[in-house]
Design a protein around this ligand. Structure first.
Ligand SMILES: Nc1ncnc2c1ncn2[C@@H]1O[C@H](COP(=O)(O)OP(=O)(O)OP(=O)(O)O)[C@@H](O)[C@H]1O
Ligand SMILES: [Mg+2]
Length: 459
């Protein structure tokens, strides 16, 4: 004969009562059921989601931890009561603690943020997280519980700059407290969203020496870059996304004389200049009413009134190209900036187009004349298919022939082959001719050093 345990008996009693008391919701009458934290009970998931839904991640970030824990515990308690779930006090506290961790940290992203080898983190969906390690994209062994958790973490990131992401403002750029750069796209723009892209702040500082060691450049290229920075050439660093432009800008800026007054202008501050006299400016997006925007262009113009010795523009991407050229042409030599372009020639075309965005009806020839007199050197970088980032060309912006800007190669990287591990082997070739900016090198006493580096070092 089948014997009923206490719980079954009670359930039976409850069920009988449920038949007699018509109209009461069944849940009210169900007997309490135990919930264990270390089980895979689906109610646990439900409970967790309900708590997450009810707590505003932005407000949570602003609360003291103890207060947040207390509120979550209270919420858990009332939700468990409503669902008639028995959850022990110890489990309740432990669950609350886990939820607090989820809300305060960046959940599944924490280990990736802590891993120094990871450069980029891209979240395309709860179980589609990708990372870039040593130049190679790969899937990361982490997953979010669901899209809500991705959204909550994205909200928390945006909250650091006081922004909320929602349907009316689904695109947000922000920065984590450690300086990592974050972009978030929410639905409806993100079809499988929300999407999060993180360029991690490089704790490891790359200087030219470190680049020589890891094979991004040779020591001769390092010497040329150093001379270019010391002689106050106007330099454009060009490359694709994530090719290492900002890192190169940082590395070259270390060669700047500490006595100079340097003004940096960026959309999201990433530069880490070591000089004592650096003034950092950052743009501001428009507010919710679409007002109050301060663009890079505004900042470049303003910088000119701040007595700069050099202006460093994190990335030229629009109308400020015109003002930057103006600055370079009016005695602010030694300016650096980066540009998203696939070759030195492409960089010039893009600058020309950007200038046209800023100043309509300026004839092409006038723009090219400006470009030629402003720019000295273009450094092209590439993340190559073996994952290695390399300087692949340096070009001298020499002059104007008819309507065409002439550029001379300073060095170019030539592919030779691959080693057994698939690593690309190559060498730099150079015509070893005098650059158009030779006089300037001479003025700083480094003309011969430049030529010697070119002639002797490349066989
Ligand atoms: N020479 C290098 N060797 C190894 N890693 C590098 C090198 N240069 C850059 N990196 C790493 O690659 C990542 C991208 O670098 P960086 O931010 O400089 O690229 P970027 O071209 O400025 O990108 P974006 O187009 O997004 O602005 C960083 O995490 C950086 O640490
Ligand atoms: Mg950059």
């Amino acid at each position: 004969m089948k014997t009923f345990g206490r719980r079954e008996r009670q359930a039976l009693v409850e069920r009988e009562r449920a038949v007699t008391v018509i109209g009461e919701p069944e849940a009210e009458l169900e007997a309490p059921r135990d919930l264990h934290l270390d089980s895979d009970d689906p109610r646990l998931e439900k409970l967790r989601n309900e708590v997450m839904e009810r707590i505003d991640p932005v407000a949570a970030g602003a609360l003291p931890v103890a207060e947040l824990r207390r509120q979550i515990e209270a919420l858990l308690h009332s939700l468990a009561n409503r669902e008639r779930m028995e959850i022990s006090a110890r489990d309740q506290a432990a669950l609350a603690e886990k939820l607090v961790q989820d809300m305060l940290g960046y959940g599944p992203l924490e280990p990736l943020l802590a891993d120094e080898r990871v450069n980029d983190i891209m979240v395309n969906g709860p179980d589609k997280v990708f990372i870039e390690v040593e130049g190679i994209l790969q899937r990361a062994p982490v997953r979010f519980r669901n899209a809500q958790q991705v959204a909550a973490i994205a909200q928390k990131m945006a909250a650091t700059i006081g922004r909320r992401i929602d349907e009316s403002s689904p695109l947000v750029d922000c920065r984590l407290p450690d300086g990592s750069r974050v972009n978030v796209v929410f639905p409806p723009l993100a079809l499988d969203g929300p999407y999060i892209s993180i360029r991690k702040f490089a704790r490891r500082r790359f200087d030219l020496q470190a680049m020589v060691q890891n094979g991004s450049i040779t020591s001769q290229i390092a010497r040329l870059l150093e001379i270019a920075a010391r002689c106050r050439l106007n330099v454009i660093i060009s490359g694709g996304t994530g090719s290492g432009k900002t890192t190169m800008l940082n590395a070259m800026s270390r060669m700047i004389d500490p006595r100079e007054r340097v003004i940096t202008i960026e959309d999201a501050a990433e530069l880490q200049l070591q000089q004592p006299h650096v003034v950092r400016l950052e743009t501001r997006p428009p507010n919710l009413e679409g007002k109050g925007e301060i663009t890079q262009r505004d900042l470049v113009r303003n910088a000119l009134r701040m007595r700069p010795d050099r202006i460093i523009l994190g990335e030229v991407r629009g109308a400020e190209a015109f003002d930057m050229l103006q600055a370079m042409n009016t005695g602010h030599d030694g300016s650096f900036c980066t540009i998203h372009a696939n070759s030195p020639r492409d960089a010039l075309t893009r600058i020309e187009n950007m200038v046209q965005m800023g100043v309509v009806n300026l004839p092409s020839r006038a723009i090219r004349t400006q470009i030629v007199s402003a720019l000295d050197l273009i450094i092209q970088i590439e993340r190559m298919r073996d994952g290695q980032r390399r300087v692949v060309a340096m070009a001298d912006v020499a002059g104007l022939e008819g309507d065409v800007i002439t550029m001379n190669d300073v060095v170019t990287f030539q592919y030779v082959g691959e080693d057994a591990t698939g690593r690309i082997i190559g060498r730099y070739v150079t015509p070893a001719t005098r650059p158009s900016f030779y006089d300037r090198l001479q003025y700083y006493g480094l003309g011969e050093a430049w030529m010697r580096t070119l002639q002797n070092a490349f066989e």
